[in-house]
Ligand binder design. Structure first.
Ligand code: SAH
Length: 215
């Protein structure tokens, strides 16, 4: 179909832009394959394949492709990991991760977004992604521990439940900051029962809400 050809040409060009900052070939290959436009059907193709975030309703955004690439690369995935993602949003990051790891559990606090993402992921055959409606501050204790945890909304501090659900040797990537302009991307590794933190630079994510504040 003409639309598919156009989308794959735009995607190839986008991966060229992402590759200025992201070097992991597996991540770039995954982004070359996952049709980002299917996660933002309300936006024109040219916007779906531009390197910037887009609104997806409910105050949420699909992250900038370069940021999706950097987060995925920071997770240092080999292929068989069990991942927990907090903040499903459109489901695009989950779809990229589904090609890089074994299983992906993703938690979204807004039921309508979770439902839309679930349907887009099912249409694309991402059978190893499981979308859950819930509050990411609690993680997903029923499926813990996880080899990797990635948070795509920013908490003001690292949620204790997430730290507790990280397997020994595992990595947790999270934007942390009290306000949008002061967020830092952090990577934590669990080593011998403690977490070792690394700063990966400044970022800008929507805040991670607490579900009681939503009532
Ligand atoms: N990874 C997404 C980007 C999502 S934007 C993508 O690829 O499209 C951040 C998402 O986090 C929003 O959908 C928002 O509703 C969700 N979110 C915010 N606070 C949350 C919480 N406490 N638990 C789960 N999801 C949360």
């Amino acid at each position: 179909m003409a639309n598919d050809d156009e989308a794959s040409a735009l995607r190839e060009a986008l991966v060229g832009v992402v590759a200025r900052e992201v070097h992991d070939p597996r991540v770039l290959d995954a982004m070359r394959v996952v049709p980002r436009h299917r996660f933002v059907p309300e936006h024109p193709l040219s916007d779906a394949y531009a390197d910037h975030p887009l609104p997806i309703g409910y105050g949420a955004t699909i992250s900038q492709p370069t940021v999706v690439g950097l987060m995925s690369e920071a997770l240092a995935l080999c292929g068989d990991e069990r991942i927990l993602e907090i903040g499903t949003g459109s489901g695009y990051q989950s779809a990229v991760l589904s090609r890089l790891a074994g299983e992906v559990d993703t938690v979204e606090v807004i039921p309508a977004l979770a439902e839309r993402a679930r349907s887009a992921l099912a249409d694309l055959g991402c059978g190893n992604v499981h979308v859950h409606v819930g509050d990411g501050w609690s993680g997903l204790p029923s499926r813990a521990p996880f080899d990797r945890i990635v948070v795509t909304a920013a908490p003001e501090h690292l949620p204790e439940a997430l730290a507790a659900q990280l397997a020994e040797g595992g990595l947790l990537v999270v934007p942390v900051g009290p306000q949008t302009r002061d967020q830092r991307l952090e990577r934590h590794q669990r080593r011998g029962g403690r977490l070792v933190r690394e700063d990966l630079g400044a970022v800008r994510f929507v805040p991670m809400v607490r579900s009681e504040s939503r009532s």
